[in-house]
Ligand binder design. Structure first.
Ligand code: NAP
Length: 246
């Protein structure tokens, strides 16, 4: 029970990495708020997490939704110790076939969504809180067809550094977790030929020879959320089966 007495928010916790993380944080004793847009899934997750959990149907792209989320968390939890900005989408944006709406969908979710959610919860973060942003191995490499997904995660990597500096006087630590290829529904949702081809190629190239599981990332988030990582600030923890390192 490493998080006894703590409160946590995980955005995008209706599936995948967010769901696995919400489960682990709750298991470690935290009261957990989860968000997403799928109302039915949110109800199920709230019931699974048990008493004290809070599920909020909000869209990270909406400033009004994010302010509402923050108000409701403050009313229920009276402050936040852990914030995992996890909600995100993944799809290809080849130069030849990407319109403005598609560009906006990706950047509004992956970058504006992180900014708006952080802006909304910043006032309710307690002194000593831990913020974890979700980046990606893609922010380190050039992959054909994945320009905006990669750029969105490079922007988030940068936000971890800047917000660490900005919130230093409140003793709030901001770090990033960088998942490798993790087996979640994200790949099937909006799959394009480019993403599928990339996924297949990567699975064979991962030194550990398999995709990661959402629980692998949840363990890293738990570490960053807890005092065990108290000397880490503005850093990015890579959890990718050795893919970007070997
Ligand atoms: N899986 C990987 O290989 C991988 C690798 C690197 C980084 N990541 C990052 O890890 C994070 C989680 O991804 P995942 O693989 O766990 O994907 P996932 O299973 O598809 O989960 C994505 C979550 O984000 C939520 N979401 C998406 N758009 C939203 C919006 N506009 N407003 C609110 N919630 C929204 C979804 O909830 P609703 O559908 O209910 O809205 C869902 O709960 C993402 O930021 C992703 O970029 C994943």
């Amino acid at each position: 029970m490493r998080l006894e007495g703590k409160t946590a928010l995980v955005t995008g916790a209706t599936s995948g990495i967010g769901l696995a993380t919400a489960r682990l944080l709750a298991k470690e004793g935290a009261r957990v708020a989860v968000t997403g847009r799928d109302k039915a899934r949110l109800k199920e997750v709230e019931a699974e997490l048990g008493q004290g959990a809070l599920a909020l149907k909000v869209d990270v792209r909406s400033a009004a939704d994010m302010q509402d989320m923050s108000r409701r968390i403050q009313a229920a939890f009276d402050g936040l110790d852990i914030f995992f900005a996890n909600a995100g989408v993944a799809f290809g944006t080849p130069l030849s076939a990407t319109d403005e709406a598609r560009y906006d969908e990706l950047m509004d979710t992956n970058v504006k969504g992180v900014f708006l959610s952080m802006q909304a919860v910043s006032p309710i973060l307690r002194e000593g809180a831990s913020v974890i942003l979700s980046t990606s191995w893609l922010n380190e490499v050039g992959t054909p067809g994945l320009s905006m997904l990669s750029a969105s995660k490079a922007a988030v990597r940068s936000l971890a550094r800047t917000w660490s500096a900005e919130l230093l006087d409140r003793k709030i630590r901001v770090n990033a977790v960088s998942p490798g290829a993790i087996d979640t529904p994200i790949h099937g949702r909006t799959v394009t030929e480019e993403v599928q081809a990339t996924k297949d190629r990567i699975a064979g190239n991962i030194p550990l020879k398999h995709l990661g599981q959402p629980e692998d990332i949840a363990q890293a988030v738990l570490f960053l959320a807890s005092d065990a990582s108290r000397y880490m600030l503005g850093a990015e923890l890579v959890v990718d089966g050795g893919f970007a390192q070997l």
